[in-house]
Ligand binder design. Sequence first.
Ligand SMILES: Nc1ncnc2c1ncn2[C@@H]1O[C@H](COP(=O)(O)OP(=O)(O)OP(=O)(O)O)[C@@H](O)[C@H]1O
Ligand SMILES: Nc1ccn([C@@H]2O[C@H](COP(=O)(O)O)[C@@H](O)[C@H]2O)c(=O)n1
Length: 420
Amino acid sequence: MARRTMSLLPQWTSRVFSVELDGALHYFAIQEKHRGGEVPGVFRKVRNRDRCYSLLVCSGDRIRRAKFYGELRDKLQRHLSPGCDLSPMSSFLPNVKDSLIKGYFLKDSSESSSPTERLLRELTQHDPVLVCSYLRGEDGQLWTQHLWPPAESQLVEMSKDYYVVPSEAPEYHPSVLNIINSDVFYSLDDAYEVIKKCGDIIPEAKSVLELLPSRAEARSKPDHPVIVIEGLDATGKTTLTESLRDTLGAVLLRSPPQCLSPWRARFDQEPPLIRRAFYALGNYITAEQIGQQGMKTPVIVDRFWHSTAAYAIATAVSGPLSNLPTEGSEVYRWPSDLLQPSLVVLLTLDPEERKRRLRNRGLDETKEEQELDHNQLFRLRVEEAYRRISGPACITVDASPPADQVLQQVLLLIRGKCHL
Ligand SMILES: Nc1ncnc2c1ncn2[C@@H]1O[C@H](COP(=O)(O)OP(=O)(O)OP(=O)(O)O)[C@@H](O)[C@H]1O
Ligand SMILES: Nc1ccn([C@@H]2O[C@H](COP(=O)(O)O)[C@@H](O)[C@H]2O)c(=O)n1
């Protein structure tokens, strides 16, 4: 297994490697001849007796790779000795879409190399993982990368030793290369394909697919306005959508729709590829319901595609806002086969007030809600991604005034935009 894995890592020497350490990305590349240059940031603080490895998950179909990436972290965290540090790592071809391969960088500062080597040996024998080790040259300045354990002769290119050199930050954050169809889905077919392929490993996938509208049924535009309310948790979506329903005599729907509730917790445990495809399908089921109800009354929707895409993009990309795909990127485009609402309102709230509302509400927080609470950058990325999505773009409304004032503000917008 391990030997086949190695032959599947394309354009080995053109790849850039990135390691996330203390919230920052460090880049390095490999080259056959040493032409001078500095030690890459990630190796600067490595002490003489530390041992470093990269583990890249690079074979099998994408469902298997996505599942194994999470399992590998759990396995390493369970079995590595104290003194081992694990950091997210990836390898990619700069500016080449879909070239990202994910893995981990391992620094072993424990007393003995044996436990880690035993674990790595077992991984290379049974799992789709490619392991390299890094060695410091005698002068303490040069680092070289070696296939670990030493490769078989037919893989000549990868089994050579390479010098490790710093590399400049690429134009795009590495995760941006793989967002389309791995984190965000732009058609029913693409999301469907992922959930269908999961059928063998997640029996619930079949029940989800049975709820999908028939693709043959192309619906015409609803006669009545469709208003989507978006925003982070506790910004007041439930409060506002219920008031809008009552004031406008509208129907209130949500995404994911009620019929997916039995499976939501199950898919929330899955890696992003599967979890995001599940939420994407939820939007198409809600769209079908909107299509039916929108022929009779106005429809209010609590979260829709903006939420699916914004959270997915903000999770895939780490760090500051500048790491997000730039405004106007195709990543922010609306799926061409998904019903377009008449108006999308984004509720925004000062972080302290949002926290206060969360505390007062007193419900348990989900993992993502905790992340929003603790990680200010994540929160900023989600809000910025919301704002960058186009076709339709959202209109921001300050949700800090009392609930009845927020309602009046949104009613004004609806009357202006939807002639209600
Ligand atoms: N304008 C407002 N002013 C003060 N408190 C509000 C306002 N709107 C909502 N709240 C309160 O804030 C809390 C969160 O509101 P709500 O449940 O409507 O948010 P939400 O966006 O639907 O949250 P979630 O996405 O987590 O379900 C509730 O306790 C609610 O009563
Ligand atoms: N259309 C949607 C709706 C939700 N999500 C994901 O669920 C989380 C928020 O859901 P709440 O029930 O807490 O409002 C959010 O973190 C999204 O990841 C989605 O993807 N698409």
